[in-house]
Design a protein around this ligand. Sequence first.
Ligand code: COA
Length: 252
Amino acid sequence: MITTQIENRVLSICFDRADKKNAITNEMYLAAEKALLDSADNSDVRVVLFNGAGGDFTSGNDLVDFIKNPPKDDMPPVLRFLLALARYPKPVVAAVNGLAVGIGTTMLAHCDYVVAAENARFKLPFVDLGVCPEGGSSLLFPQVMGHSLAAELLMLADVFGSAKANQAGLLNEVVAADEVMPLAQKVASKLAAKAPNAIRTTKAMLKKSYLEQLEARITEEIHSFAALLNGPEAQEALTAFMEKRQPDFSNF
Ligand code: COA
């Protein structure tokens, strides 16, 4: 589930499903979207802080949900969440401990300040699942980190650490695991104390030249993702996950 809390004008949104490494279900995407939409015009909230329960950020989209509840229409929950995040008008901070897989990594490119643990692990497993990148990463990653690193991370899909995520431009600070949340809270409080209209205008200006393009790409990616999810490569990858084995793409 998603748990939320407002304290000192900071809205914490926590991926709170530790027994499944905080894998995100459709229900959780909708709850997170609602938290973002509800807080956008709420003057009690000046900053959002994303974090995860139980020592991990998130293991990404719930793979069982992919099988049971694949995207059915043009506006599936994951797309609604991503668009709400991309359009969110106030600063977004992320506190990343442990695993940040799939959308757990791509959503960092939408955050304004990311604190990660030295031992955090990132992974963009899309191709290994027979699908394509999401979260606007096919647009944002080459811009932020250059084509070669974006291609490496998105095509090889290997696990990488905070040093590489930092080199890729996804992080602001790398600290010891137990310092992640305190530092993220400190940064969020600092941002929450600043002139709110000045901050909102600054964020709007920072994104003005590419937001429209980003929204279109996020939407296109999810539609391609959904189409691939119905295909044989994804079916093999998801079956392999359920059977706790490596996928075999040799026959495609
Ligand atoms: N969706 C659904 N369940 C997930 C999940 C996910 N994305 N990630 C982890 N889980 C579940 C596991 O199935 C396991 O459930 P079980 O205890 O009922 O068997 C539990 O969470 C713990 O995961 P486990 O695999 O035992 O932990 P680990 O530390 O060995 O490995 C991961 C963690 C994240 C590396 C591994 O679980 C994994 O690769 N998950 C899939 C990640 C993924 O592809 N996400 C989709 C991105 S689009």
